[in-house]
Design a protein around this ligand. Structure first.
Ligand code: ADP
Ligand code: MG
Length: 209
């Protein structure tokens, strides 16, 4: 059994909850190596997504992700809005109009999201950005999808790898985004975008339980 539009809506709803719950934490992470707005940006963006979902309930998972992409692009300022917007849009395109997402399609959609981030932001793994959460996540998702085809295992593997990926940004020197202006002083801080990415991927796994 795959993932349907109900899963997608639960995912986005749980993501919005996570952004609200972790708003202050994301603001605090963005303080030393950014401008303290990441939590506010993400919370505002996902609250707007909730509004759009209620206004025009999507009929497929792809439509839900496309609506999310458009909303995040218009409501989230800074670097994260266009980056997440591109990621969700690429994932939506990868899902197409299917109403039942299987493990292979899911892993491909996550890969498309990560590739969209990289195309948009030009960050490489190790540059201390959200790419450092997404890259291990898609690798773990692909490995899990090659197993017994259980979509929940794909999402759990992605969430766990993203969380470890976020932690792995602590010792990195930032080479992209605002944090890169700090050079060596960016070392020893966790990247806020990697943390919000891990929260979003954890929400995806919880939505499938
Ligand atoms: P801003 O930096 O404009 O204030 P946010 O604070 O909302 O935007 O988002 C910052 C996050 O965006 C960073 O923690 C990082 O994960 C991500 N980011 C910034 N620049 C890039 C980039 N070029 N590629 C990938 N991610 C990036
Ligand atoms: Mg910021």
């Amino acid at each position: 059994m795959g993932l349907d539009v109900g899963w997608a809506v639960r995912w986005l709803t749980l993501s919005a909850q996570a952004m609200a719950e972790h708003r202050v934490e994301l603001i605090e992470l963005d303080r030393p190596i950014g401008d303290s707005d990441h939590g506010e940006n993400m919370d505002r963006g996902f609250q707007a997504v909730l509004g759009k979902l209620a206004e025009a309930p999507p009929e497929t998972p792809g439509a839900a992700l496309k609506l999310t992409a458009m909303t995040l692009m218009s409501k989230v300022g800074g670097a994260a809005g266009p980056l997440y917007g591109t990621a969700f849009l690429r994932a939506a395109t990868a899902l197409g109009d299917t109403s039942d997402v299987d493990a292979a399609t899911l892993a491909a959609a996550l890969q498309a999201a990560r590739d969209g981030l990289v195309a948009r932001g030009k960050a490489e793994p190790g540059d201390k950005t959200m790419v450092d959460a997404w890259t291990p996540a898609i690798e773990a998702a692909a490995a899990a999808a090659a197993g017994d085809g259980d979509v929940r295992k794909v999402l759990l593997a992605a969430a766990e790898a993203a969380e470890a990926g976020a932690v792995s940004t602590d010792p990195m020197l930032a080479r992209k985004g605002r944090a890169s202006y700090l050079g060596e002083r960016s070392i020893g801080h966790r990247d806020p975008g990697a943390v919000s990415s891990a929260l979003i991927l954890r929400a995806a796994a919880e939505a499938a339980e």
